[in-house]
Ligand binder design. Structure first.
Ligand code: 5GP
Ligand code: ZN
Length: 129
């Protein structure tokens, strides 16, 4: 994020105009949105790794788990309840699903706007890592 944008925006409402997920949230980049509410947006991953592959993102631009602050506690809980509801809606609640957050280079985080991957609809590979 460029410093002046971060400086000008009130805490808790930050948007990074260069961030692809901020653009999707603002409707400035196309996506298939499957859920939106006051705090979070969920859309289909452009390169699905499973029959169900949804990204759940906070509206607020938070770069990663490392950037979380105490004030984000309820937001993180909300992302997980959105994931639970979408899993049910997509019919994978009982068959099973995987929730993933990649953080940083070794985890291959590619988009630095926090997101929760919801993957389902197939037998997942194991072991992880
Ligand atoms: P990460 O590796 O950062 O956890 O995952 C980023 C995810 O975002 C990848 O699965 C990638 O396919 C997805 N992605 C990247 N750019 C776009 C985009 O423009 N639209 C959508 N819908 N997904 C994207
Ligand atoms: Zn962003």
């Amino acid at each position: 994020m460029v410093w002046w944008v971060k400086f000008q925006l009130p805490k808790g409402n930050s948007v990074d105009p260069t961030c692809i997920f901020c653009k999707i949230i603002d409707g400035n980049s196309p996506s298939t949105i499957v859920h939106q509410d006051e705090h979070a947006v969920a859309f289909l991953d452009i390169h699905p790794a499973a029959p169900v592959h949804i990204l759940i993102v906070p509206r607020q631009h938070i770069e990663s788990i490392n950037a979380l602050e105490t004030e984000h506690k309820s937001l993180i809980g909300h992302m997980f309840t959105v994931a639970r509801d979408l899993a049910k809606e997509k019919g994978v609640s009982e068959s099973g699903y995987r929730l993933i957050i990649n953080n940083g280079s070794d985890a291959r985080q590619a988009v630095f706007h926090l997101h929760l991957h919801l993957l389902g609809g197939q037998q997942m590979r194991y072991p992880m890592g």
